[in-house]
Write a protein that binds this ligand. Structure first.
Ligand code: GDP
Ligand code: MG
Length: 202
């Protein structure tokens, strides 16, 4: 089994995150927790590339549609359709418009349990219900009722991979292997080495 410290995850600062000048704040949280940045770029994307990103998992359309329909029902509201694929089609169109609206910053973070650690710091999908202390909870206040009323995607600043297998596919989708930098970082010895050196002066 690969050592947990080699896990990688994909994060994308979405157009609203760049416009609100939050790239540094967001990166700082991942640096603070001890993750290592191994790739980053500022770029723009296309509707085709965004659609491919969200549908890398062939089940994504069904799962997202079903999840959205049940969250409407939990709130006692009528879903826009009973067909998960129809619901997802609308979500995907909105996501494409959102993601192409301006520059974005894809990046790869590496370190122990990178996927889980990043998701914990990012918070839940809908900023209104993201816990305080998380990036979405602290920096944005969007909600599904508001984004649905306005016929747009929820503005939640960032994308972060949901599982290690999702991360692997997404990393390949956004970065060429030569864009990923392999390097040692001095502070990692403190976090990961089985024994700490003796730091006391004799
Ligand atoms: P994430 O991994 O936290 O971004 O969330 P998901 O992968 O579950 O969903 C991807 C995107 O689909 C989200 O960023 C939203 O734009 C959209 N989405 C997911 N669930 C819902 C929902 O219940 N309602 C609406 N309107 N959009 C949703
Ligand atoms: Mg996701």
């Amino acid at each position: 089994m690969a050592h947990p410290k080699t896990e990688r995850t994909l994060v994308i600062v979405k157009p609203d995150g760049v416009q609100r000048a939050l790239v540094g704040e967001i990166m700082k949280r991942f640096e603070n927790v001890g993750l290592k940045l191994v790739a980053i770029k500022m770029t723009t994307t296309s509707a085709e590339h965004v659609e491919k990103h969200y549908t890398l998992d062939p089940e994504w359309r069904r799962i997202t549609g079903e999840k959205t329909i049940s969250s409407y029902k939990e709130k006692g509201a009528a879903p826009p359709s009973e067909d998960p694929y129809e619901v997802t089609a609308v979500i995907l169109e909105n996501l494409k418009r959102y993601m192409v609206a301006g520059p974005i910053v894809p990046m790869i973070w590496e370190g122990a349990h990178a996927v889980k650690v990043v998701r914990k710091l990012v918070g839940s999908t809908e900023p209104l219900s993201s816990a305080p202390g998380t990036i979405r909870g602290d920096y944005v206040l969007d909600s599904y009722p508001m984004s649905d009323t306005d016929g747009r995607a929820i503005r939640n600043l960032i994308h972060a991979s949901g599982s290690p297998s999702e991360a692997e596919a997404e990393i390949k989708h956004w970065f060429k292997p030569e864009e990923i930098v392999r390097y040692r970082r001095m502070q990692d010895a403190i976090v990961y080495s089985p024994e700490l050196d003796d730091y006391l002066e004799q």
